[in-house]
Design a protein around this ligand. Structure first.
Ligand code: HEC
Length: 103
């Protein structure tokens, strides 16, 4: 019994850590990183800037997930983001990952 709790904690911690590289691989495979970088502006805003702007906003994941899927303009400048070929689940995973980027 004494061993069980640390093992469970270790399992849940490694599951959380595994999500980040998966989302980054997804961002690479969906070409997000052709227009975005984590730390600096390219065609689109850096993901750290996006995370800073929406920090603490409860509906940020769903709003950004929708924008990732459908595209749009006007939040960061006149250049639009085109719609991206992602499923709603992938869009949500990417939005969560973007919002986790801290300076
Ligand atoms: C062709 C270039 C391009 C590609 C590819 C692209 N983006 Fe963007 N992205 C942009 C631009 C430009 C903006 C700024 C739009 C605006 O001002 O509203 C943006 C904005 C964003 C935002 C912030 C939206 C907001 O309303 O604040 C997020 C999050 C984002 N992109 C994530 C992604 C993800 C994830 C992918 C891959 C599935 C992706 N982008 C692919 C160009 C791109």
């Amino acid at each position: 019994m004494k061993l069980l709790l640390p093992v469970l904690l270790w399992l849940s911690a490694s599951a959380a850590l595994a999500a980040a590289p998966n989302a980054q691989a997804l961002a690479t495979s969906k070409n997000c990183l052709a227009c975005h970088a984590v730390e600096r502006k390219l065609v689109g805003p850096s993901y750290q800037d996006v995370a800073a702007r929406y920090a603490g906003q409860k509906d940020a994941v769903s709003r950004l997930a929708e924008k990732i899927q459908k595209g749009g303009s006007g939040s960061w400048g006149p250049v639009p983001m085109p719609a991206n070929p992602v499923t709603p689940e992938e869009a949500k995973m990417l939005a969560t990952w973007v919002l986790s980027q801290k300076k």
